[in-house]
Design a protein around this ligand. Sequence first.
Ligand code: Q9C
Ligand code: ZN
Length: 346
Amino acid sequence: MKAIFKRHDHKHAPAMVHCRGATQAFPERFERPARLIEGLSRHGIEIVAPRDFGVGPILAVHDPDYVEFLRNAYSDWQMMREGGVGAGEIVEASGFSLRHRYKRVPAQVSVRADYYLSGGWAPIDEGTFEAAVASAHSALEAASIVADGESAAYALCRPPGHHAYADLAGGYCYINNAAVAAQLLTERQLRVSILDIDAHHGNGTQGIFYNRGDVQFLSIHADPAQIFPFYCGYADERGEGAGQGANLNLPLALGTGDEGFRQALGVALSSVDNFGPDVLVVSLGLDISAADATRLLSVSPEGFTRIGAEIAGRRLPTVLVQEGGYGLDHLAGDLAAFLEGFLDAR
Ligand code: Q9C
Ligand code: ZN
């Protein structure tokens, strides 16, 4: 199995963000890829750079005006600051964006951020757009080689993607890497299941495919009544229209460990069996780890190995897309543990 990663400079590195009146450290650190690469190296996995897919396949999922906002926000913001507006250096939302019946995009840069960024957890730094595009290209490359016959590929995506909607960033995510990969696969006439095992609900991915019957979305995550994204990720969200029944949320109590997670995974995987996809896309968050500083769920290294084995046991061509996981000291070990089970069972 190959891993795909494009090295980018460290200009997507917000230090602090503002949330509910408090200044907090930004946990999605630029040092994460090095730790993940260390995990890959424990299995001798080769790392290759993605091709340049441009923005075409990104626009197949995201609104063009949103992508232009991401591209220009940082430089527009600097111009606004030079005009005397007392704002911080990075682009941040000061409100919490909700979508309305009519699309009314504010003209002012400062307010546009409130529209396109859902709250403070998706700030835009100088290199955010480039990093997000590189991250999406890694997912596209992984999807493309699997569509061409590889049985599996791992996309080392940073920033992560599953909280990004078609026109809304959130939760450290800007471009939805898993959605962009799944969309490429559907354009190759393949039926896709996206299994999201990040500790947070994959609200952006759910939102993008909610009305579609050609892509199934399943998410196992810590109870959204307690944690981000709060407003979505509940069990009664089952899809709409052509997508009715093709969305499945399996929220877990905070602190759930190996056994509870494995049970939910079993439910999700039998639903995948019923859907009968040609390809599986896995939104692989390592923040379910017992060692993660976020302490949401409590999966052990042995638990990761078992999760990897059960996913690979479906014998479906599989695209692994990196999502969250923040404790720099456990990323290598937990990724290596997952891959041990995943590679062994194939
Ligand atoms: N005190 C992903 O795992 N809430 N995103 C942060 C920190 C936002 C997580 C609270 C969590 C977003 C991809
Ligand atoms: Zn997460």
